[in-house]
Design a protein. Structure first.
Length: 398
């Protein structure tokens, strides 16, 4: 149970008067301190409708006590480690993250700058200087704390709160000198009774993607759940769940490269009916009002919206989903599959345990790199599943 200090007041997160206390602190811009460790770690307050939530500052998760819900795994155990300070630069005072990206957010004439999500086979894989489109989706998911899970949340994670957490995370990010939140579009839950109002809000939100009278066209970024890819006369259209009446067009070349680059994600999505396929895409509007995708990347997530990269990781995610112990899924970002990372972190008892899933293709170089990764953080326990040796071992939970 967390305790927070707001000015001179200390309050537990289960206190009945927590919401009015947080509301007052929010209005007065009082920054709360998490008292899992002395003298306390800075947090910030986010407003969700009429509710107020205390959230950790970026880059502060490793400083919290391992038993604290605000704890997060060390960046270097995932693909995030090589990006911090280079592709991702965080202001410790404001908590704002400046993202350096490798994809274009403008389009000149009828041609768009080459993309890296699908068009260039992730040519910057392993690069620490810029984020691919998929890596931006990974960072959004991580900062929105959608990689975290405990069985106490079962049945409580729905698209409306997925959307809110993504939008709130984007409000703490800058890209190409401007707020990511101003060019990010995440569709709101569709309700037939509110169809007209939803369409009006969507039209207003997409104003930045309208073509100008002259000069480069600005692109926006979509994050949404894929419902289907439907063939058209000259290409395909992306149907996004929650806005089935607003298709996004893909030319045949982009669609073909998308299928090749994300063959694994598409196969995993097809193999499990409960999983969701998430898309991140740059897009613009034509003078005729059509939405056209310029670049795109995919990520598959389990029923509880926790990402996974393989059928082996899906076994781990499904097992963790049943535990009351809090777990945090690790993401690769720009790292290639040949580089070992912690698939997840399990916060059990006083010591966090990193979970490593070794693929059947692992060679001696992979094993040596894994040994070096584990020894670099001796304070963190290690659980290893060498998939070529048999079934998943028991997890070290309470």
């Amino acid at each position: 149970m967390r305790r927070f200090k707001l000015a001179e007041q200390v309050i537990e997160e289960t206190a009945p008067d927590l919401q009015p206390v947080l509301a007052y602190a929010y209005r007065k811009r009082v920054r709360p301190l998490c008292l899992c460790k002395e003298p306390g770690l800075a947090m910030y307050i986010a407003q969700v409708g009429e509710q107020y939530i205390v959230k950790r500052m970026p880059m502060s998760g490793g400083g919290h006590d391992p038993a604290c819900p605000s704890y997060e795994p060390p960046d270097e155990l995932s693909g995030l480690g090589v990006l911090m300070g280079s592709a991702i630069q965080v202001d410790p005072e404001s908590g704002m993250s400046a993202l350096k990206v490798a994809f274009s957010l403008t389009k000149i004439g009828t041609r768009a700058a080459p993309g890296v999500g699908a068009l260039a086979n992730d040519t910057i894989a392993g690069d620490a200087k810029k984020l691919s489109l998929r890596s931006v989706l990974h960072y959004l998911w991580h900062q929105a704390e959608l990689t975290a899970w405990t069985s106490k949340w079962a049945g409580r994670r729905h698209w409306w709160n997925i959307r809110w957490h993504l939008v709130e995370a984007a409000s703490q990010m800058m890209v190409k000198g401007g707020p990511l939140s101003e060019i990010l579009f995440v569709p709101e839950p569709f309700r037939t009774t509110d169809k007209t109002a939803i369409e009006q809000r969507r039209t207003a939100a997409l104003v930045p993607a309208l073509p100008p009278k002259g000069g480069p066209r600005k692109l926006m970024i979509l994050v949404g759940e894929v419902k289907d890819f439907a063939p058209t006369r000259i290409g395909h259209r992306l149907i996004v769940k929650h806005m089935p009446d607003f298709p996004l067009l893909l030319n045949e070349s982009l669609y073909s490269r998308l299928k090749g680059r994300f063959e694994n994600e598409l196969a995993l999505w097809d193999a499990d009916g409960a999983s969701h396929l998430m898309a991140i895409a740059t897009f613009g509007l034509t003078p005729a009002g059509l939405a056209v995708v310029e670049d795109m990347a995919l990520m598959v997530v389990a029923e509880n919206w926790v990402p996974y990269d393989s059928a082996y990781e899906k076994r781990v995610v499904d097992t963790l989903a049943k535990l009351r112990d809090r777990s945090v899924k690790g993401l690769r970002y720009n790292l290639p599959a040949e580089t070992p990372t912690a698939s997840a972190m399990l916060q059990c008892q006083s010591q966090p345990v990193a979970l490593y899933v070794v693929p059947p293709s692992a060679d001696n170089a992979y094993e040596e790199a894994l040994e070096e990764l584990i020894s670099s953080r001796p304070e963190i326990g290690a659980w290893i599943w060498r998939t070529s040796e048999g079934e998943i071992p028991p997890l070290p939970f309470r």
